[in-house]
Design a binder for this molecule. Structure first.
Ligand code: NAD
Length: 499
């Protein structure tokens, strides 16, 4: 059985705790590797190594650090297929979607090539008589990232690229479900010229996370995962005096106004609701058509599309819409929530629970499910399902539709489909959600903007990537300086000699 260890001091090392977790191939249901779970001692050793490496890295000028990112981008492009294949094999997402996962991370690495510009401070000449004032942005030291299973390339890169380009060293604790790609990324960073120890990857579970949260040397923690763990990480990290930004779960609503192009809206819902088997924090999981006629027409358009979804393993090529869920437990949980929705009285228009993939009967596959007549008191409305399940909640007016995402506890993403600029503008202005799409179902901001949810989808006050990423991983020092006057008092015509 393949054993996956850690990546410390520029090389792969075996785990020493004696504890391992199974890594599955979700398409076949087989265990394909075992990943080591780090002990407190292994975290301590990785942090000590990172701290030693950080001093020289912080002293390296920003342009040279940026050149490592430049080379890293080239290497990501060179190894794109290899990375995507490893990613699909452990996560289950389709090959094109796995490439998208790598590309969305690569774009942040690309943005970080501009780090020297973002790290420049501010300067005020003559802030007082003979006084200048300037600020500089300095790295924090050793920082850490704890990342989820659903984007094993993109989210680690969202964290470590700005942190490392700013002169920090980084401890990455990726998801134990799909640990191979993060180690491959660390190897590529080394090949790009990163000094050993600046990026260490430690695999692990709660014990490793707790060791990170309690470690005195670690100055900041970036987390992405489910809301209960995000809240826990935020509370423990900040209680220990660390900077923390912790992003959590989601329930993303898409409002469909009566004037919307319904074909366009239905296609958008299919892609955003079922892509990656719904295992995206920006997946649309609730459709809110406004008016009975809109709702009836939408259900009519969606039903055959959901029934026709092509499900399969990533090896089946580009002609697959989505793959299996990540684990057997995730599959059981999603099916259980669908059962509950039926019990609570929602109308299950398309039932994908019994789907079985021929030749892959042990894989964690399920078909797409479509619910109509979902109401706000139902568990399937309140909970993040994180599976291929779309709920339709009918609203009679725009105000009634708007009230749903406004009052939901999550605030990651949302969208409105309409032809009316005034409605779209009102929606963008009034909604209390971090990322908004207007006729765009998955409004994931590009690398030079920032990504972050509101309410229970995000804890902490800065977003990921874009300028906020650099603010999070640096701190400002402001210098007020006055130089005594003297040399300019009078001209000296004789050759200067020591006085
Ligand atoms: P998860 O919360 O189970 O795990 C995330 C990380 O926390 C992993 O590294 C895991 O090892 C660690 N962890 C798990 N249990 C822990 C515990 N009890 N104590 C300490 N650490 C623990 O999340 P997941 O299942 O890997 O990812 C899916 C979730 O992530 C979904 O809720 C999804 O919405 C969310 N997500 C959010 C965003 C965002 O930007 N808001 C992006 C991607 C995913």
């Amino acid at each position: 059985m393949q054993k996956i260890g850690h990546f410390i001091d520029g090389k792969q090392v075996e785990g020493t705790s004696g504890r391992y977790s199974d890594v599955f191939n979700p398409a076949t249901g087989e265990v394909q590797a075992q990943v080591a779970l780090a002990s407190q001692e292994e975290i301590d050793a990785a942090v000590a190594n990172a701290a030693a490496a950080q001093v020289g890295w912080a002293a390296t000028n920003p342009q040279r650090r940026a050149r490592v990112m430049m080379k890293f981008v080239d290497l990501l492009n060179r190894d794109m297929d290899k990375l995507a294949e490893a990613l699909s094999r452990e996560h289950g997402k389709t090959f094109p979607d796995a490439k998208g996962d790598v590309i969305r991370g690569l774009e942040v690495a690309e943005f970080c090539i501009g780090a020297p510009h973002l790290l420049k401070g501010e300067f005020t000449e003559g802030a007082g008589p003979g006084i200048d004032m300037y600020s500089m942005r300095q790295p924090l030291g050793v920082v850490a990232g704890i990342t989820p299973f659903n984007f094993p390339a993109m989210i680690p890169m969202w964290k470590f690229c700005p942190a490392i380009a700013s002169g920090n060293s980084f401890i990455l604790k990726p998801s134990e479900r799909d640990p191979s790609v993060p180690i491959m990324l660390a190897e590529l960073m080394m090949e790009a010229g990163l000094p050993a120890g600046v990026l260490n990857v430690v695999n692990g579970d709660k014990s490793a996370v707790d060791a990170i949260l309690d470690h005195d040397t670690i100055q900041a923690v970036g987390f992405v995962g489910s809301t209960p763990i995000a809240q826990y990480v935020y509370a423990r990290a900040t209680a220990n005096g660390k900077r923390a930004q912790c992003f959590g779960g989601a329930k993303n609503h898409m409002i469909i106004m009566p004037d919307a192009d319904l074909d366009q809206a239905a296609d958008a819902l299919i892609g955003a609701g079922y892509g990656a088997a719904g295992e995206r924090c920006m997946a649309v999981s609730v459709a809110v058509p406004v008016g009975e006629a809109t709702a009836n027409a939408l259900i009519e358009k969606l039903t055959p599309k959901v029934e026709a979804l092509k499900i399969g393993p990533y090896t089946a090529g580009d002609d697959v819409d989505f793959g299996p869920l990540v684990t057997k437990e995730a599959l059981a949980r999603v099916k259980g929530l669908v059962d509950q929705g039926v019990k609570e009285g929602a109308k299950l228009v398309v039932d994908g629970r019994d789907f079985s993939m021929q030749g892959y009967e042990n894989g964690f596959f399920m078909g797409g499910c479509l619910f109509d007549n979902v109401t706000r008191d139902m568990e399937i409305y309140k909970t993040e399902i994180f599976g291929p399940v779309l709920s339709v909640v009918r609203a009679q007016t725009y105000e009634e539709a708007l009230e749903l995402p406004l009052s939901h506890e999550y605030g990651n993403g949302t969208a409105i489909f309409t032809r009316d600029g005034d409605t779209a503008r009102d929606f963008a202005s009034r909604i209390n959600i971090g990322m908004v799409g207007i006729n765009v179902p998955i409004p994931v901001p590009l690398a030079y903007h920032t990504f972050g949810g509101w309410k229970k989808s995000g804890f902490g006050d800065l977003n990921q990537h874009g300028p906020d990423g650099f603010k999070f991983y640096t701190r400002t020092k402001t210098v007020t300086s006055r130089w005594p006057s003297g040399v300019k008092d009078g001209a000296e015509f004789s050759i200067p000699t020591m006085k």
